[in-house]
Ligand binder design. Structure first.
Ligand code: FE
Length: 297
């Protein structure tokens, strides 16, 4: 069953759409215990796409590409958002949280001052497909207490436009429908869009927010630019634009992500993202001294 919000949809009108500034092809890599994935938002794009730090896409029918999962590892200073399109993944962390992430569900974890967690597949065959997004925390929130929420698929607000676009609102708001998660400082918008053939979709986005789309089925048109499957399109920050208009000539699925930049220094060392090298050094020391596990109990 899907959370129904029909009847409360407000059509969004975009007078001037953003265009595509740049198309990005992801980089094939592996992480955790040999999980194959495509890193779409890499470290070199962190300033341009502030407050987002990373986007990984994974999608495979081969168990050997995912079976190792992500055994115990730490995070500090940001939030991880895992959106599972297909598959089952078990999460456990040092704050005592445990949850099962499956088809259409979202796991939102605020690492804050430190979490050690594992993300392990709970299937031995079949398809595993989804995304992991890293969202930065403002300097003053980096050492906040860890927080975690599992959002089952049925609890992700969803609506369908007259034009034939089904919209799943993971974060932020679209057409008057509030998403599952809201954040004041970064104001993340995270939509999963399913287009019927020939459908268009308009989304209001403040001009100062950084925004991108990633197409995972079919293809999109943004202004005069085609965005093929498995491409990210960084949307231009045109001060005259009030949003974006997307069009699909064939059945298409894409995620649209936007957020308010923090404009703070970014210092990253693996799973730690702070503002200075001194804070990174401290994070490594705290982790090695076992202070992540105890900091949350
Ligand atoms: Fe992790």
């Amino acid at each position: 069953m899907t959370l129904s919000v029909l009847g409360s949809i407000q059509t969004e009108v975009v007078a001037k759409s953003r265009g595509v500034e740049r198309l990005v092809t992801g980089t094939a890599t592996s992480d955790g215990a040999g999980v194959k994935l495509t890193r779409v938002l890499t470290q070199s794009l962190q300033r341009r796409l502030d407050p987002f730090l990373m986007l990984d896409a994974f999608g495979t029918d081969k168990a050997e590409d995912y079976i190792g999962g992500f055994p115990d590892h730490p995070h500090r200073g940001f939030e991880t958002v895992t959106y599972m399109l297909a598959g089952r993944m078990r999460h456990r962390d040092s704050a005592g949280n445990e949850g099962l992430l499956q088809n259409g569900g979202v796991q939102w974890m605020t690492a804050g001052r430190g979490v050690i967690h594992s993300e392990l597949p709970e299937q031995e065959d079949g398809r595993m497909e989804g995304f992991q997004l890293w969202l930065n925390l403002a300097a003053q929130d980096k050492m906040t207490a860890p927080w975690y929420r599992d959002i089952q698929s049925a609890d992700v607000p969803e609506f369908t436009t007259d034009d034939g676009v089904t919209v799943r609102v993971i974060a932020g708001a679209s057409h008057g429908v509030s998403g599952a998660i809201q954040r004041d400082k970064t104001q993340p918008l995270y939509l999963d869009l399913h287009f019927d053939e020939g459908a268009s979709f308009a989304q209001v986005i403040p001009a100062g927010h950084n925004a991108f789309i990633y197409v995972y089925r079919g293809a999109l048109q943004v202004g005069g630019t085609g965005v093929a499957r498995q491409r990210m399109a960084i949307l231009a920050n045109d001060t005259n634009s009030d949003g974006v208009v997307l069009h699909a000539d064939e059945p298409t699925r894409a995620i649209l992500i936007a957020g308010q930049p923090l404009n703070e220094p970014i210092a990253q060392h693996g799973p730690f993202v702070m503002n200075t090298h001194e804070e990174i050094f401290q994070a490594v020391q705290d982790f090695q001294a076992g202070r992540f596990a105890t900091a949350v109990n």
